[in-house]
Every structure is written in C-alpha cells, then in structure tokens.
Design a protein. Structure first.
Length: 154
C-alpha cells in the first residue's frame, strides 16, 4: 500500500489530484480534496438494525464516524474474514464518513481531458455512481460521485 500524503494535494487549472482505490477488483478515483484521511483497518462497533451498507461506527480521534462498506454499497460480495479493508475518510453534508475499500493506491494528477464520459455500455448501477472514467493500464478507473454514492436509502 502506498501512503497517501494529503498535505501535498493540489488542484490547479491544469490538473486535479485523485486518490485511487479498489473495491472488488474495480479501480476508482476520488478527488483528493474530498478525502480527509486514509487509515488502516479500524475497530468497528456494529450498529443493530442498520442498513446493510453500514459496516458500523469507528472512533476517529474522539469523533464517532459512520463506516460505509463500499462492497455492500455496490452490491459486491463481502470480503473474506482474512481481508482487511482500508478506510477513506470523507466529509459529506457536514458529517464525516469512513468508506471501506479493499486497497488504496496512489494520488494521481489528472487533467480534465483524462476523464472521459461514461461508456454507453456501462451498467446503470455503475453509471449512477460515476462522474466519468479514466483509461489506465489496469483497465477503466471509475471516477466516483460521492453525492450519489452516499445517497443511502432510508
């Protein structure tokens, strides 16, 4: 795992930094300005009767933060008991959330020209959480739309 140095995040007229991560073998990008922290596996406190996507709560420096399991949010199979997720801390609507991803990669500087529209053949479920895609050696990287991703059903 590469350590993401959020102190060096930059957004300029020519490029924007994105934190890359994987969930269920799919590569994703999230604007680095939206990322507050990246953490190793955290102790979770389960929440009885919570939505399936809610993995539990974590204590982040004295603040209670809701952990959202992206595998469950995206309808993918659960991790095995040996797999430990990484935590990507974001802020959404004034509240902090922890997104559980399989792994976190590098910070990439991408220009607006690097991000392409969603392919017409993309599944509607993936299209709904995507702001576009970037072609990489590993395949397409989905540029995650946080607002739609965090629109958890009540």
């Amino acid at each position: 795992m590469n350590v993401v140095d959020l102190a060096t995040v930059r957004n300029t007229a020519s490029s924007t930094d994105y934190v890359t991560f994987t969930v269920g073998g799919q590569h994703f990008g999230l604007t680095a300005i939206d990322v507050r922290d990246v953490l190793k596996t955290q102790a979770l406190t389960r929440v009885p009767m919570a939505q399936r996507e809610i993995a539990g709560l974590i204590n982040l420096r004295g603040h209670i933060v809701t952990a959202v399991d992206l595998r469950r949010r995206f309808g993918l199979p659960d991790r095995t008991s040996e797999e430990r997720p990484m935590s990507i801390v974001i802020e959404h609507k004034g509240e902090q959330f922890c997104l559980l991803a399989d792994s976190v990669g590098d910070v990439l500087a991408l220009s607006a020209n690097d991000v392409e529209p969603n392919p017409t053949s993309m599944d509607d479920a993936w299209r709904s959480i995507s702001k576009g895609v970037v072609r990489r050696e590993q395949g397409l990287m989905i540029m995650l739309d946080i607002a739609t991703t965090m629109n958890l059903a009540a």
